[in-house]
Design a protein around this ligand. Structure first.
Ligand code: BG6
Ligand code: MG
Length: 226
């Protein structure tokens, strides 16, 4: 078998693990303390967006650098308290099987998350070695919807962007994948993810046949073909 030159790049929060809920609950706690109204529809717009931009969007104004740092740190403390409860292997349904299936078929797997806590979460889950490349919020200057995270992941995988498929639960993530010139599968809200090549309601609905179809637009080809 010739070495695969196709990559699948996974977002973390809300695709692999249920931490999107933790991010929401942590922002909600901060917003309540600050007397700012914040609910799930408002949170939908923050999915995939880095911490600083999320805070500014939540507040609706710039409170100054000192307060920005204080509020970001406070939210992160709340988030990390919840991350502590994650147990090894506690991924969203079907994710373990999907990762194993894609790996066994020769796809190169990467993780690209705006989160500065992404590596910690992967460690808690015990799946760091599954990914040939990991790019997180600590090594990028621009978060999603900028394509930087995904382009860095493709470079690390040594796969062309056009041979990469992005799996994302965020509108900003789908926008980033498209801007990177990649194929996209959206997981979750059909309105928010309307620009994706394909939308599923749960990660468990993705399988290698779907990946092959959307990656190549040709169900007869795949990493093992030829
Ligand atoms: C993204 C999440 O993955 O990471 C966002 O979808 C989150 O909700 C962002 O705000 C930044 O995460 P962190 O852990 O660096 O605050
Ligand atoms: Mg996400």
């Amino acid at each position: 078998m010739s070495e695969s030159k196709q990559g699948v790049i996974f977002d973390l929060d809300g695709v692999i693990v249920d931490t999107a809920v933790f991010h929401y609950q942590a922002w909600k706690k901060l917003a309540d303390e600050l007397g700012i109204s914040f609910d799930e529809p408002a949170n939908e717009k923050l999915r995939g967006i880095p911490r600083r931009e999320s805070l500014l969007a939540l507040m609706g104004f710039n409170p100054g650098e000192e307060k920005i740092r204080e509020y970001m740190d406070r939210k992160n403390v709340y988030y990390l308290e919840m991350v502590k409860t994650i147990k090894s292997g506690e991924m969203l349904p079907g994710v373990g099987n999907l990762l194993a299936e894609l790996k066994s078929q020769g796809y190169k797997l990467a993780l690209a998350s705006s989160s500065k806590n992404a590596r910690l979460v992967l460690e808690k889950l015990g799946i760091t070695p599954v990914f040939e490349a990991i790019v997180d919020g600590n090594e990028t200057t621009k978060g999603k919807p900028d394509p930087e995270l995904f382009l860095k992941a493709a470079l690390k995988l040594d796969v062309l962007p056009s041979d990469c498929l992005v799996v994302e639960d965020a509108e900003s993530g789908i926008a980033a994948g498209i801007a990177a010139g990649m194929h996209t599968i959206g997981v979750g809200n059909p309105q928010a993810l309307a620009r994706a090549d394909c939308i599923v309601s749960r990660t468990a609905q993705i399988d290698s046949a779907m990946v092959r179809e959307f990656l190549l637009g040709d169900s007869k080809s795949g990493p093992d073909a030829g």
